[in-house]
Ligand binder design. Structure first.
Ligand code: NAD
Length: 504
């Protein structure tokens, strides 16, 4: 019997009001492994969760920030204690290999400890007044109820990037995780709620953290349209992000959007080629290419192109596919049947486009045990030209397009030539070239001599152009998103002092 999961609303685990449910299955063992049954919620569940979060906010905002930080510290400790279990279950529900799901969990732990310490900072500024006997201060104030909508590819890290800073700043949460990764989300929420209970004891506040499982176009839509949701933080596709911006922005909610990418790695003729090779294999095929920061384009200097491509194909063919919890596996399955179908559709487009050459892969991997899941062979196209669809559109699977450049400037032009701007990478030994690349690349993240993936929790994460709307996750800047600035003037002169008038 599969385990049955519930929503957490106002401190109580409960079924959806409709009683509807959906299944969560292992993408590497689809028919054999039913992980759990989850509530398929509707607008009524969202309304209840938002009302609980709104009520909880009035108490939670008054809990001193260092105490909220203590709660986040305990959350980090609990995640650390359960790291192996969380990673195993995450691999089971979304397919990436165990080393990567451990990394995903560790990123959540790092984010918890960072947020915990921020409980003792949350610094404001003070400034001199232009008038005598007057004090000018500014404080960060929490905003209210946050709606959090997340994708399946980083089921732990992404929700923690959002909710940990939101909570430590004094906001309350209504969380709608991706339908494909509800179990990791449920564990996270259980841990947060436990930590609130343990630290606050008899002063426990129900409704600080709520989770409502279900479909994006039902639960997600109800959240973005709800007048009592004060902010929305969303990570997912650009298509859905635009819709959220329209609806939530229409009622002037604060909206943070982290969207798609079409990231490239440039390899110059002076680069350490072995290192660049390791990086592109990791960047393109790690998480089966299903990362917003995945390397989906490789731009090779013409003088090393042929040698590099030959080595790359040899190495890509040796990657071991399989169920990520089995060990000795490099690449897991696509997350779902439809994701694999969409990857294959792009491969067909690539094959028919302007004579791109399919170097390896390009088909389902369905021999033996692999037939039980949604596996796809690591795929590489060469002779790709700027502007082709496989060069421009996010594929979100194990497909790499290789292009050629004659100079760093040409490489950067190609790299910059998409509507996205998330991550980027340049391999060169020339410090001057590296600095020019850092200056000229239009992306939120640039790695020098590193893969396009590998963000650290205390650094700002996000992209430019259609990758987002200018906000960042991670690091210190996210605390601006989750707080309002309040300016305070304290006049101790005992008389009415009119700024700009009495002093000039
Ligand atoms: P998606 O946009 O399909 O779904 C993301 C979330 O939005 C899910 O929880 C989904 O249920 C919900 N949703 C769907 N329709 C909705 C609607 N109408 N209203 C409200 N919510 C709705 O994306 P996905 O397939 O889960 O994830 C893959 C995408 O996420 C890729 O485009 C990838 O680049 C992007 N991503 C971006 C980042 C980043 O930080 N920039 C990180 C990870 C993933």
């Amino acid at each position: 019997m599969a385990e049955k999961f519930k929503n957490l609303i106002n401190g109580e685990w409960k079924d959806s009001k409709s009683g509807n449910t959906f299944e969560n299955r292992n993408p590497a063992r689809w028919n054999e492994d039913l992980i759990g049954i989850f509530p398929s919620s509707n607008e009524e569940d969202v309304k209840e969760a938002v009302a609980a979060a709104k009520k909880a906010f009035e108490k939670w905002r008054l809990v001193p920030a260092p105490k909220r930080g203590d709660i986040l510290k305990l959350v980090g400790d609990k995640m650390n204690d359960r790291k192996d279990e969380i990673a195993f279950e995450m691999t089971r529900e979304m397919g990436k290999v165990l080393a990567e799901t451990k990394g995903d969990t560790q990123e959540g732990i790092d984010t918890a400890y960072y947020a915990a310490s921020e409980g003792r900072r949350l610094f404001g500024h003070n400034a001199p007044s232009e008038l005598p006997d007057k004090l000018n201060l500014s404080f960060r104030a929490p905003i209210g109820v946050g709606g959090f909508i997340t994708p399946w590819n980083f089921p732990m890290a992404i929700p923690t990037w959002k909710m940990f800073p939101a909570l430590v700043c004094g906001n309350t949460c209504v969380f709608k995780p991706a339908e494909l990764t509800p179990k990791t989300a449920a564990t996270l929420v259980e841990i947060i709620d436990e930590a609130i209970k343990e630290v606050l004891g008899k002063d426990y506040i129900p409704g600080v953290i709520n989770i409502v499982h279900g479909k994006g176009r039902i639960v997600g839509e109800a959240m973005i349209g709800h007048p009592d949701v004060d902010l929305i933080s969303f990570t997912g596709s650009t298509l859905v992000g635009k819709r959220i911006n329209e609806v939530a922005g229409g009622s002037l909610k604060r909206v943070s959007l982290e969207l798609g990418g079409k990231n490239a790695q440039i390899v110059m003729d002076d680069a350490n080629l072995e290192l660049a090779l390791d990086a592109v294999l990791w960047g393109a095929f790690g998480t089966t290419g299903q990362r917003c920061t995945a390397t989906s384009r490789l731009i090779l200097h013409k003088d090393i192109h042929d040698e590099f491509v030959a080595k790359l194909a040899e190495r890509a063919k040796k990657l071991r596919l399989g169920y990520g919890n089995d060990g000795n596996v490099d690449v897991g399955p696509c997350v779902s049947e439809s994701q694999r179908a969409s990857v294959h559709e792009y491969v067909e487009i690539g094959k028919n486009e302007d004579k791109a050459t399919l170097l390896c892969g390009g088909e389902f991997a369905d021999k033996g045990d692999l037939a039980k899941g949604w596996f796809y062979k690591p795929t590489i196209f060469t002779d790709v030209k700027p502007g082709m669809r496989i060069e421009q559109e996010e594929i979100f699977g194990p497909v790499l397009s290789v292009l050629k450049c004659g100079s760093l400037e040409e490489g950067i032009d190609i790299l910059n030539g998409t509507k996205y701007g998330l991550s980027s990478s340049v391999f060169t030994q020339d410090v001057n070239a590296a600095c020019r690349a850092i200056r000229d690349i239009k992306a939120g993240i640039t790695y020098i001599n590193g893969a396009t993936i590998g963000a650290e929790a205390h650094m700002p994460f996000g992209g430019v152009k259609q990758t987002g709307n200018g906000h960042r996750e991670g690091g210190w800047t996210v605390y601006d998103f989750y707080t309002e600035w309040k300016a305070v003037y304290i006049d101790y002169s005992g008389k009415l002092q009119r700024a700009q008038i009495d002093n000039y």
